[in-house]
Design a protein around this ligand. Structure first.
Ligand code: SF4
Length: 283
């Protein structure tokens, strides 16, 4: 286990057809405050030596407490990553001033495919411009671009190369993710994506249970397995998710969770750590 992934909100302004909402149901209420998040991050830092965390959703930039949470984490010395669709990133220098890394969901270089995936009218061009502007305003920010590979929709060599070219241009890490879905017509497999990248000249440099790291003439890329929909439930869990109700669960989501709301609200650090350890050790 390496960090907390805080699902700041289940809500999103997009409607991607493959969205798993980190296994969170939109019906839940938002019970955690910025100081609750600060308490959890501090406990994890002091007792588990977790010095990073990720804010996810839904779309975390929708959350009214986003900025305050980021600021509190920065003061604790926690390096924060934000997973975002970048549509609300009008002023990156302001919104991301306390952030170490953003993971932007791009998924395609084709404007029509982007609309088919996201099921809203927001143009891909604006997202690409926002990413380029973010790079310009925040030269030190680590930027990762996520590309969920969908069979027959965005999996051509040409589109992979276009995406890799854009990532090079904005000095970002291109990250391919297999699509985990019950629809066999769209499903992709991480190992097959690796083979396709090898055919494009990449060499496998390193791998672990969840990721493959490849390199081509100094250009690095990653293929990650999607932990949702039960496809890889035999693999070791990577992270601990926290939903806005104070339920905590492991990275493949939903199958085993514990309610830590009372420990969070009463600032019971030992109780919270005890519940996290139960979750980590559950098999
Ligand atoms: S942008 Fe992310 S959270 Fe929003 S609908 Fe798409 S996949 Fe889901």
């Amino acid at each position: 286990m390496r960090e907390f992934r805080f699902v700041l909100t289940p809500f999103c302004n997009y409607k991607c057809f493959f969205c798993h909402s980190e296994c969170i149901n939109e019906g839940i209420s938002l019970q955690l405050t910025p100081s609750d998040y600060e308490f959890m991050a501090k406990v994890a830092r002091d007792q588990l030596v977790w010095t990073t965390c990720t804010l996810t959703g839904g779309e975390p930039l929708i959350s009214p407490i986003f900025k305050e949470v980021c600021e509190r984490f920065r003061r604790l010395g926690i390096a924060t990553t934000v997973v975002t669709n970048a549509s609300l990133l009008a002023r990156p220098e302001e919104l991301l001033k306390d952030i170490s890394q953003i993971n932007v969901s791009v998924h395609t270089m084709n404007p029509d495919t982007y609309k088919r995936i996201t099921q809203i009218g927001y143009p891909l061009e604006s997202i690409l411009n926002t990413i380029a502007m973010t790079r310009e305003k925040l030269p030190e920010l680590e930027i990762h671009l996520n590309y969920t590979v969908i069979k027959g929709m965005n999996d051509s060599d040409e589109e992979f190369e276009q995406f890799l070219r854009f990532a090079r241009k904005v000095r970002a890490r291109a990250k391919f993710i297999d699509l985990s879905t019950t629809d066999e017509n769209l499903k992709t497999d991480a190992r097959e994506i690796v083979k396709q990248l090898e055919a494009l000249g990449f060499k496998l440099e390193d791998e672990n249970a969840w990721q493959y790291h490849l390199v081509r003439a100094g250009e690095k890329t990653t293929v990650t397995k999607c932990p949702f929909n039960g496809k890889y439930e035999d693999l070791p869990a990577r992270d601990v998710f926290v939903d806005p109700n104070g339920m905590i669960y492991r990275s493949y989501g939903g199958y085993f969770s514990v309610d830590a709301l009372s420990e969070i609200k009463s600032r019971d650090a030992d109780g919270l750590i005890g519940k996290i350890r139960v979750l980590i050790n559950y098999s």
